[in-house]
Ligand binder design. Structure first.
Ligand code: HEC
Ligand code: HEC
Length: 318
């Protein structure tokens, strides 16, 4: 899909065009859309287990959007109802963002955010400021629906809950000339079962180590993000210096270690595909509202720059 130049007929009669910035083509790898799949296999009653958890659940329990399975109940505070149960038809926050708030590449980590920022973002979704560049990306569309159903009191409860949990990253960032061949499942990339590699190019290929743990909604599923060779250092330089005016040093607003500053959110240790998606959405104008502050930051970036910044930020401790 292409983003068209926005043209306006100025008063004087001249046509003023705001040209889309360098990267008009949506980086599909950062916005995976699941093909319509077969329906979930019928329940066979098997008790599924995970390494590191003493719990066991059936597939039906794992897929329950209104009673989220809790693999590691001892590792987080008690979840408020909106987080664990939602309010039918509004899905529980933890179904996608996990009880730990670690999130997954197709959504967002919710730890390390101030309650102010958290609430503002849900309002931004609700008010049409976070549409996302890929109209067919299911997780985004579900978040948009939820933002219209959730009450302010519920947002406050969810924000206060996730603010109590220390951010953790389960993503290992690896520089490589090649990446595994992938397919899209659950709106993320996963290794093709038959294996194989291909040139990475200017992409980030973020895949779970074991797709079963992802499917079983294990918040500790380890991911590997393949990033281009040299991208981490290039991103570090851009983040610190702004690359001679191409962008603005990220550290000024996100803090010296990119762990966030006041209500400016952390970017250290967050999913690199999430980061690219945000930068691209801000540039394409599909993420606006309070994100206007990021406009001068993203205006001149191309996808390779976004990849380098995301590779660097994701490689840091959250
Ligand atoms: C169906 C999955 C799903 C559910 C359920 C869900 N979200 Fe989200 N949420 C998302 C996705 C996807 C994004 C990121 C969209 C993007 O890429 O910009 C997101 C982003 C967010 C963000 C922005 C985080 C950031 O740093 O940018 C907040 C805050 C948030 N969700 C709060 C909530 C709350 C509160 C609930 C429960 C009431 C909830 N979400 C339920 C999918 C979900
Ligand atoms: C002038 C201050 C400023 C600078 C400089 C800045 N940011 Fe931001 N950034 C913000 C603010 C404010 C937000 C929150 C936007 C919103 O409210 O939607 C943000 C949000 C983000 C987000 C989305 C995070 C989330 O939780 O959804 C990413 C990713 C990001 N910035 C990356 C960067 C990178 C990379 C750089 C450096 C190249 C950078 N920013 C430089 C102010 C800044």
């Amino acid at each position: 899909m292409r983003i068209h130049a926005v043209c306006a007929l100025a008063l004087a009669g001249a046509v003023a065009c705001i040209l889309p910035a360098a990267s008009a083509e949506i980086p599909a790898w950062a916005f995976p859309v699941s093909p319509p799949g077969p329906p979930a296999p019928p329940e066979n009653g098997v008790q599924i287990k995970l390494p590191g958890s003493t719990s066991a659940f059936t597939l039906t329990q794992i897929l329950d959007r209104f009673k989220v399975v809790d693999w590691y109940p001892g590792e987080h505070p008690k979840m408020p109802p909106v987080v664990v149960n939602g309010r039918n038809p509004m899905r529980a926050c933890a179904y996608c963002h996990m009880p730990s708030g670690a999130g997954r590449p197709e959504n967002a980590a919710l730890t390390g955010l101030t309650p102010n920022y958290f609430k503002q973002q849900v309002h931004n979704f609700r008010d049409g400021h976070r549409q996302g560049s890929e109209a067919n990306r299911n997780p985004q569309n579900l978040m948009l629906e939820i933002s219209k159903l959730v009450t302010d009191a519920e947002i406050d409860e969810a924000a206060a809950y996730y603010a109590k949990i220390k951010p953790v990253s389960y993503v290992r960032v690896v520089e490589s000339a090649t990446a595994p061949k992938t397919f899209v499942t659950g709106s993320i990339l996963a290794r093709l079962p038959e294996g194989g590699t291909e040139p990475l190019g200017n992409r980030i290929v973020e895949v779970p180590e074991t797709v079963e743990r992802f499917e079983h909604r294990d918040s500790k599923t380890p991911f590997t993000a393949y990033v281009p060779i040299g991208s981490i250092k290039r991103g570090a330089d851009m983040a610190a210096t702004g690359a001679n005016g191409k962008t603005i040093p990220c550290t000024i607003c996100h803090g010296p270690d990119l762990k966030g500053l006041g209500d400016v959110p952390p970017i250290a240790g967050r999913s690199p595909s999430f980061i690219v998606r945000q930068l691209f959405d801000m540039q394409s104008g599909k993420r606006g509202g309070t994100a206007a502050l990021m406009q001068p930051v993203v205006a001149k970036l191309d996808v390779a720059d976004m990849v380098a910044l995301a590779a660097y930020a994701a490689s840091l401790q959250p």
